[in-house]
Design a binder for this molecule. Structure first.
Ligand SMILES: Cc1cc2nc3c(=O)[nH]c(=O)nc-3n(C[C@H](O)[C@H](O)[C@H](O)COP(=O)(O)O)c2cc1C
Length: 410
């Protein structure tokens, strides 16, 4: 397996040699790439001698027949940028291709991992935050920097992640790739909209980001994904079968239609629990007497799935504004789920509209695991790892007894 290790212009560039060595110990062949700025910090000779390959850094210097950035992108199995400057993240996010590495990125179809390193203010700058959000949405994995004393003399976040963490991210990427090949996955996302009249409706704050991140992750692991989505502003991950719905009843219909052909169902949508009993065909006028809206319960999709499931692995979400653990446990039981993801939607920096989520995951054996506040794309990775582990355990338990257990006769 070949990995492109790209180094950019940071003080932390010297650590790339350690990353290179760790990857080699795992049996990877390293193809080194450096930006011009990176060569101000370490010499290409170091990476060249360690890797046994010429360092590529200039888009125009190589006059062989091959176009080097395309050739390298096709020859490798992963692009790792460690350390990654604020500058290269911005170029990747905007699709700027004005040097070898940024042009290479645009030609890359393999997984991409970036390990950012920079001054704390650069790390927290809105431009960097936005660029990271764009890259994450596109499926780029970000190895979060650590916190501590920085080369600039300041303290805070921005220090390149430890080489061992970067190695772990690489190994996990190869482990996950195609781990869901042949699996049919049904995911719901976003809010539902319950109409009151032609202009007004009842809805909720769900952005759909969690469901879309789950769909993107399942897709990158090789699953066939059906994404049933309420109205959102999001671009669906490439390759998923997107089914757009509006109301809770439309969502129920779409889910029940695809359920029988699914192996795993993840209900991340915030489905309305109530809908107006009557929808006015005319706009309700201001001069009308104080209007009273009568609500009725919508179909409990999750409960129906819990009752109907045969081989399907069903995952629910419990978005709560208090007593998350207790409510999630109760919902897991009541709806007959295989796994539940509880999250507290009251803090502003997490939940519905945020890019971050802090979750507690509880399985049907009652085992729970709590995670810190993480980007939703990271939460999606964690959840698929968990789902895969639980599905494998279930398959192992169902396997027929071996011949050793058949009683001997005669
Ligand atoms: C001493 C020094 C240290 C720097 N350290 C960093 C850093 O840690 N992270 C970063 O994003 N930029 C850092 N920079 C700025 C980058 O080198 C600069 O933005 C450069 O254009 C990056 O180019 P590249 O992304 O093509 O490698 C540093 C600059 C200097 C002079």
């Amino acid at each position: 397996m070949k990995i492109i290790l790209a180094v950019t212009g940071c003080i932390g560039a010297y650590k790339s040699a350690v990353v290179l060595r760790l990857l080699q110990k795992e049996g990877f062949e390293i193809l080194p790439v450096m930006t011009q700025a990176a060569q101000q910090f370490i010499t290409p000779l170091t990476l060249e001698k360690l890797s046994g390959h010429k360092v590529v850094s200039d888009l125009f210097s190589d006059h062989t027949v091959q176009i080097e950035h395309i050739h390298l992108a096709r020859e490798s199995h992963l692009l790792l940028v460690a350390p990654a400057t604020a500058n290269i993240l911005a170029k990747f996010a905007q699709g700027i291709a004005d040097d070898f590495l940024s042009t290479l990125y645009l030609s890359t179809v393999t997984p991409v991992i970036v390990a950012p390193a920079m001054n704390v203010e650069m790390w927290h700058h809105k431009a960097t935050r936005k660029n990271l959000e764009i890259l994450r949405e596109r499926g780029v994995e970000v190895v979060e920097p650590g916190s501590g004393y920085l080369a600039c003399g300041e303290e805070g976040e921005g220090r390149l992640a430890e080489p061992e963490h970067i190695l772990e991210a690489v190994l996990n990427t190869f482990r996950r790739e195609k781990s869901l090949l042949g699996k049919r996955v049904l995911i719901t996302a976003g809010p539902t909209i319950e109409d009151l009249d032609p202009v007004r409706f009842i809805s909720n704050r769900s952005s759909g980001k969690m469901g879309y991140a789950l769909a993107g992750e399942a897709q990158s692991r090789g699953a066939q994904v059906v994404l049933v989505s309420g109205p959102t502003q999001l671009e669906p991950p490439e390759g998923v079968n997107l089914v757009r719905v509006r109301s809770a009843s439309e969502m129920a219909k779409a889910v029940f239609q695809h359920f029988a052909r699914s192996d795993v169902v993840v209900m991340a949508a915030a489905v309305s629990d109530f809908t107006p009993a009557n929808v006015s065909s005319e706009k309700i006028k201001k001069k009308d007497a104080k209007p009273v809206i009568h609500l009725e319960k919508t179909v409990d999709i999750l409960k129906r799935l819990g009752q109907r499931k045969e081989w399907q692995f069903v995952v629910g979400f419990a978005a709560e504004s208090g007593a998350v653990r207790e409510n999630a446990r109760r919902k897991l039981q009541e709806k007959g789920l295989d796994l539940i993801v509880g999250n507290d939607i009251s803090p502003q920096d997490q939940g519905f509209e945020s890019d971050f989520n802090q979750v507690i995951v509880i399985d049907s054996d009652g085992k729970e695991e709590e995670f810190p506040l993480l980007p939703k794309t990271d939460v999606a990775r964690i959840l698929w790892d968990k789902i895969e582990t639980r599905c494998a355990q279930r398959a192992a338990n169902r396997r027929p007894q071996t011949v050793d257990h058949i009683p001997q006769t005669g």
